[in-house]
Ligand binder design. Structure first.
Ligand SMILES: NC(=O)c1ccc[n+]([C@@H]2O[C@H](COP(=O)([O-])OP(=O)(O)OC[C@H]3O[C@@H](n4cnc5c(N)ncnc54)[C@H](OP(=O)(O)O)[C@@H]3O)[C@@H](O)[C@H]2O)c1
Length: 335
């Protein structure tokens, strides 16, 4: 049989291209629109320099790193959380790593669950900077407990903080953005706002609520082309989140913190968040594999995704019940 060399060449090129793309996808840390934006899109350094950015939950984890990276870029910052001393620490480091001065960073202690304080807090930021270009709704807490063991007070507290606190602050800031006809509302949702997971029923519910809320708000403000509603959906990221989780009882502290080495580095998650902000992505998935693959599976083949989540979930619940950190022991077992 005669070999058709042009065909071999064409098929060889196609197969090589497909293999390269699969390899790229397997190493991806974000969804396709985000990867494209990082490669070809607008740069945070040009889009966010000089902008007034208000970050909630800025006293640790993702919010703290957001403050550092935004300071380096040259954004003017309002930093909020409950712990003022931690915010002062973050501010000091922001000034060290940037050319910002003391007045470029406003420390504004804020409890997201105290909704009566949100209007005054918004006015304080406006009085200081004269405008708010970006609100980053980042403050929040996760959960580690089974529904059957968990007090309803915990569910109420999670919704009050993650959902109602967030939309309450958004209401006051959005009013100002609508007057200016510009601004970005960036909300730290989660892959748990897209899919479900055991031991986090309340947390998943609160993040689904945020997704539903902002996805419905977006078309309501569509007549303002310069107002963006941006939902960020990270997978597991290194932070204080496990130390701070709600447990089955409102006053019980989580003692089972475990190792964070399998999680995405905080600075990488934040860099991709800034890319999403700069490019006005409506929704961005930021995660290492296998979580990213599960997001796609969830989107396109939910029944298969359920099969997988049930399998992994069984191990997580077993580990949790026997007192070992649910995620880490799963990773150690499977690696
Ligand atoms: N790390 C992850 O794996 C991951 C994945 C997906 C999504 N997220 C989301 O990312 C956001 C940041 O979490 P993180 O991982 O950086 O956790 P973290 O290190 O525990 O930070 C949480 C932040 O929220 C603040 N906060 C908690 N309760 C508050 C309240 N009542 N009022 C105002 N601020 C409050 C905390 O500050 P104070 O205690 O000083 O108030 C802290 O600054 C959360 O919305 C979380 O759901 C995290």
């Amino acid at each position: 049989m005669e070999v058709c060399w042009p065909c071999v060449l064409v098929w060889g090129s196609i197969i090589t291209f497909v293999i390269i793309q699969i390899r790229r996808w397997l190493r991806a840390e974000g969804d396709l629109t985000l990867l494209w934006a990082e490669w070809r899109g607008k740069k945070p350094e040009t889009e966010l320099r000089g902008k007034v950015v208000w970050v909630t939950g800025a006293s640790s984890g993702i919010g703290e790193e957001l403050a550092f990276q935004l300071a380096k870029i040259g954004s003017l910052l309002a930093l909020s959380a409950r712990r003022e001393n931690e915010l002062e620490r973050v501010k000091k480091k922001c000034i060290e790593v940037s050319s910002l001065s003391d007045k470029d960073i406003l420390i504004l202690p804020l409890d997201l669950t105290d909704r009566s304080s949100h209007e005054a807090a918004t006015n304080t930021v406006l009085k200081h900077f004269g405008k708010i270009d970006v609100l980053v709704n980042n403050g929040g807490r996760s959960q580690r407990s089974l529904f059957v063991d968990t007090s309803i007070d915990v569910y109420s507290a999670i919704m009050e903080l993650n959902y109602l606190g967030t939309i309450s602050l958004t209401k006051f800031v959005l009013d100002h953005m609508l007057q200016r006809k510009q601004g970005k509302i960036v909300t730290m949702s989660s892959v748990m706002g897209i899919m479900g997971a055991p031991l986090a029923t309340g947390y998943c519910a609160s993040k689904h609520a945020l997704q539903g809320f902002f996805n419905s708000l977006r078309p309501e403000v569509a007549e303002y082309p310069d107002i963006s509603i941006i939902n960020i959906c990270p997978g597991p990221v290194q932070s204080q989140i496990i130390q701070n989780v709600f447990t089955e009882d409102i006053s019980k502290v989580n003692k089972n913190v475990g190792d964070q080495s399998h999680k995405m580095a905080t600075d990488r998650c934040v860099r991709l968040t800034l890319v999403s902000m700069a490019n006005d992505l409506k929704e961005a998935w930021i995660s290492d594999q296998p979580y990213l693959a599960v997001c796609y599976l969830w989107q396109y083949a939910p029944t298969w995704a359920w099969w997988l989540i049930n399998r992994v979930g069984k191990t997580r619940i077993k580990n949790f019940k026997s007192g070992v950190d649910a995620d880490v022991s799963y990773y150690k077992k499977s690696s």
